[in-house]
Design a binder for this molecule. Structure first.
Ligand SMILES: *[C@@H]1O[C@H](CO)[C@@H](O)[C@H](O)[C@H]1NC(C)=O
Ligand SMILES: *[C@@H]1O[C@H](CO)[C@@H](O)[C@H](O)[C@H]1NC(C)=O
Ligand SMILES: *[C@@H]1O[C@H](CO)[C@@H](O)[C@H](O)[C@H]1NC(C)=O
Length: 495
């Protein structure tokens, strides 16, 4: 092996070769192909699938001499923002239970990475899911659009109670992969060689394409098809979960999964093989109730561990960073003024397209009842995915016209408030301030293009809605509505 890394170089130089040499070469190739066929399955994966043959020397990151200090936890978020936030909370919980530093991921583009369906037992496996998240995260950096989850969600209370330790993904990667991110963000959207190659290798390793490496990396392959994580709440560790694939599914899809309930502390905590690994990598940390069970994580309380119990209560609600909360409050106080109603109307996306009538009916009933109070005009803040130009002909159009009775307010992406908030969020850079082992260059130069304005608009709108003193009318089944209800419950607008 002539390189210090564990990847074979594939430089190709053109030289004159004799026919005999070519024949010998081909023969050798064919021989090798048949020889290794039984060991290595061909694949389109970013790097060769892990194999049991120890032909790969220990990656340099895993040598005891340059191993990172500390223990880290990585996971693979996916889907939309609400989903990513739910996974982030579960990750905080896992990090605390396992006493590991949580690697804080970026906010991924809406549905840039998808998991699949747990009830149908059709999901991306954890290795591929992790690589998809890695790949997307690197592309966000390359495109100068990287925003950390901790830039948007305020985790400072958790840090200051020093109950959980965090490190930014960029800081972690520059340490672990030994790369410098200063040149990665570029207008022409290319990552220079050899940085690109180094990142590809490092991402493949971290995702688990080479499997787990003792004392260095535990790349979990558990997902919602086989594991429900628990913590101290099952009589028997490893018991069967109540939800299993039914016979029909087993036959039709030829699946043979058995779902077991596993205590995360016993499986991965002190005394386990995973415990000694510098990095523990989960796949998805998404969970949802399904048929009387949880799809992947069933940790709702922890009566025997007060520290974890307190944390579960603390993370039920994580507010947005002050820059976003202040922007929402400012709009409520200075632009809308006085009491107002918030209407959150999800009309275009997926399942919501066919429920316009029901969605509008709720709003109509609320407005009728407010009219009875005699106050005019009633102030209504509207957050909807239906562009204003298309309101005509709908109930929204009719109340917009009735300016005697109603005064409507909206925020648009191009409004100064949104632009300024994006600048403030980027300037604050809460994410990179996490963790004490921050290297000087962690991809922090300020050549940042603002991130998607649509996202920041959404966070501000949610905040405005949490300030609506006349009430809130949301769209049934929308995760945005749920998160607004949670913000209202925690009174983020007061104080
Ligand atoms: C948790 O990890 C930290 C840092 O690695 C260590 O100092 C501490 O003793 C650990 N706590 C427990 C309870 O093991
Ligand atoms: C990596 O991400 C890019 C865009 O973000 C996508 O086009 C590409 O297919 C991804 N590759 C892998 C292996 O996931
Ligand atoms: C909104 O209106 C524009 C222009 O009238 C039209 O092209 C577009 O299809 C409409 N969109 C929706 C979702 O109705």
């Amino acid at each position: 092996m002539e390189t210090e890394t564990f990847i074979r170089p594939n430089k190709s130089k053109r030289k004159q070769r004799s026919p005999l040499l070519i024949f010998l070469f081909l023969f050798t190739l064919i021989f090798l192909f048949y020889y290794f066929k039984n060991f290595i399955s061909p694949s389109l994966l970013p790097l060769p699938q892990k194999s049991k043959i120890p032909i790969i020397p220990r990656p340099s990151q895993c040598n005891p001499t340059n191993r990172l200090q500390g223990k880290f936890l990585w996971y693979a978020p996916h889907s939309g923002f609400s989903n990513q936030l739910a996974e982030f909370k579960n990750a905080i919980l896992m990090a605390k239970i396992l006493n590991r530093t949580l690697i804080v991921p970026p906010v991924l583009d809406h549905h840039a990475v998808a998991l699949g369906s747990c009830p149908k037992f059709r999901v991306l496996n954890p290795i591929e899911l992790r690589y998809a998240v890695w790949n997307h995260s690197i592309h966000l950096l390359r495109d100068c659009r990287y925003v950390s989850m901790a830039d948007i969600v305020d985790i400072s209370p958790l840090v200051s109670y020093s109950t959980v330790r965090f490190i930014d993904f960029r800081a972690f990667v520059s340490l672990w992969c030994g790369v410098n991110f200063d040149d990665i963000c570029s207008k022409d959207q290319t990552i220079p060689y050899p940085l690109s190659e180094r990142l590809r290798e490092c991402g493949s390793l971290l995702s688990g394409y080479y499997g787990s490496i003792s004392d260095c990396l535990t790349a979990l392959e558990d997902d919602c098809r086989m594991t429900v994580w628990t913590y101290q709440n099952d009589v028997e560790d490893g018991a069967l979960d109540s939800f299993q694939p039914d016979e029909q599914l087993k036959k039709k899809k030829k699946i043979s999964f058995i779902r077991r309930r596993k205590d995360v502390y016993k499986a991965l905590g002190p005394g386990s093989a995973a415990e000694s690994a510098t990095i523990l990598a989960f796949g998805s940390l998404f969970t949802a109730p399904y048929k009387g069970s949880e799809s992947h994580i069933d940790i709702h309380e922890s009566p025997n561990d007060p520290v974890i119990q307190t944390l579960i209560e603390k993370i039920e609600f994580l507010p947005f960073v002050p820059e976003i909360v202040n922007a929402g409050k400012k709009f409520a106080l200075q632009t809308i003024k006085g009491p107002f109603l918030c209407a959150q109307l999800r009309l275009l996306d997926g399942q919501f397209k066919n429920h316009h009538k029901a969605t509008f009916l709720g709003l109509q009933q609320k407005l009728e009842s407010l009219k009875q109070t005699g106050q005019k005009p009633i102030h209504v803040f509207v957050m909807t995915d239906l562009p204003m130009a298309n309101w005509t002909g709908s109930y929204l159009g009719s109340i917009a016209k009735d300016s005697d009775a109603f005064k409507l307010f909206v925020i648009r992406e191009e409004d100064d408030l949104v632009q300024e908030t994006v600048k403030e969020v980027m300037a604050a850079g809460h994410g990179l301030k996490l963790g004490s082992i921050l290297p000087s260059s962690a991809g922090t130069n300020n050549r940042h293009h603002p991130q998607s304005l649509t996202d920041v608009l959404l966070y501000i709108e949610e905040t405005v809605c949490s300030c609506a003193s006349l009430g809130f009318v949301g769209t049934a089944g929308s995760t945005i509505a749920e998160s607004i209800e949670l913000m209202r419950k925690h009174g983020i607008c007061s104080g």
